[in-house]
Design a protein around this ligand. Structure first.
Ligand code: C2E
Ligand code: MG
Ligand code: MG
Ligand code: MG
Length: 284
């Protein structure tokens, strides 16, 4: 019976591998044409100030909708990174996001009224390209978006590997006024050993550190927030879904937050509505 069970496990494992390989092939084949087929879009989710709820930034989040229906970023981004397709796709996102932010500014809409910045997720594959910093500066130049309106989000695990070249590129971008945020902070390896030497401006606290209920144990949340405040880095709590969580994070000393409780990600046209709701114009 033990042998039989082992065989079952092996064949199940082989079946899973085959399915994963098929999914990889299907996604990478589809992604290859996503840009020219117009299947990509950028949605935006507000980042708000606590406790007022005033919007201070929007995060650009990539959406892919091929004819067969939407594919979540957690499924296609890893494939894009593995195949290198993240290079053209990431370049497309960056330009789209800067263009949208600039267009809103020209329309005297949310950007200009509120001095809002746009934050763009960048993969390590992009960052490792020797021309990356030049590419970002060129996009700012051609879209006319000021450098201080752009934040690049980099996943914490980037700093765990052999990343000697990264600080050079990051320093160069920061020298121009572009800010760098560490995404999913607390989930990687850099939290303790590297934080003091990372060239970063903002920490985004991963939503796994946001307690589900006010009554629970907050020691980890507090520890992560304190790591940031020890370097005077502003922290953004991700994945805030309830008013209780917003209050709790504020009570623990967090000044910025993002999550479905405030606004879900939506197309650029919806951002204006989110602003109207969250940043009401002063009376009179
Ligand atoms: P992320 O950068 O940490 O983005 C936050 C994710 O949390 C987004 O998922 C957002 O929709 C989701 N989220 C926001 N508020 C809540 C909430 O209250 N509850 C819950 N449960 N989730 C919330 P999304 O859009 O599916 O993106 C997933 C990940 O894909 C992103 O995580 C980011 O790492 C990656 N990604 C998205 N767009 C891009 C891109 O343009 N380039 C790169 N390199 N990665 C991207
Ligand atoms: Mg992000
Ligand atoms: Mg991320
Ligand atoms: Mg995150």
């Amino acid at each position: 019976a033990a042998k039989r069970g082992g065989r079952d496990r092996v064949s199940r494992y082989k079946a899973e591998l085959r399915i994963a390989r098929e999914a990889f092939t299907r996604i990478s084949a589809g992604l290859r044409h996503a840009v020219e087929r117009g299947e990509l879009a950028v949605h935006y989710q507000p980042v708000v100030e606590l406790p007022s709820g005033r919007v201070v930034a929007v995060e650009a989040l990539l959406r892919w909708t091929p004819a067969s229906g939407p594919v979540p970023p957690d499924e296609f981004i890893p494939v894009a990174e593995e195949t290198g397709l993240i290079l053209p796709i990431g370049a497309w996102v960056l330009e789209r996001a800067c263009r949208d932010a600039r267009a809103c500014r020209d329309a005297r809409a949310w950007y200009e009224r509120h001095g809002t910045s746009v934050t763009v997720n960048v993969s390590v594959r992009q960052l490792a390209e020797p021309g990356f910093a030049d590419e970002v500066l060129a996009v700012l130049e051609c879209t006319g978006l000021p450098a201080d309106a752009l934040v690049l989000e980099i996943t914490e695990s980037v700093f765990a590997g052999d990343a000697d070249a990264l600080p050079v590129a990051l320093d160069r971008l920061r020298g121009h006024g572009i800010r760098i945020a560490i995404d999913d902070f607390g989930t990687g390896y850099s939290s303790l050993s590297y934080l003091h030497q990372l060239p970063v401006d903002i920490l985004k606290i991963d939503r796994s550190f946001v307690p589900a209920e006010p009554g629970g144990d907050h020691s980890f949340t507090l520890a992560v927030l304190q790591l940031g405040s020890s370097r005077s880095l502003p922290a953004i709590a991700e994945g805030i879904e309830t008013a209780e969580q917003a209050e709790l994070l504020h009570a623990l000393g967090c000044r910025l937050a993002q999550g479905y409780h405030f606004a879900k990600p939506g197309p650029a046209a919806q951002v204006e509505a989110a602003f109207a709701r969250l940043n009401p114009a002063p009376a009179g």
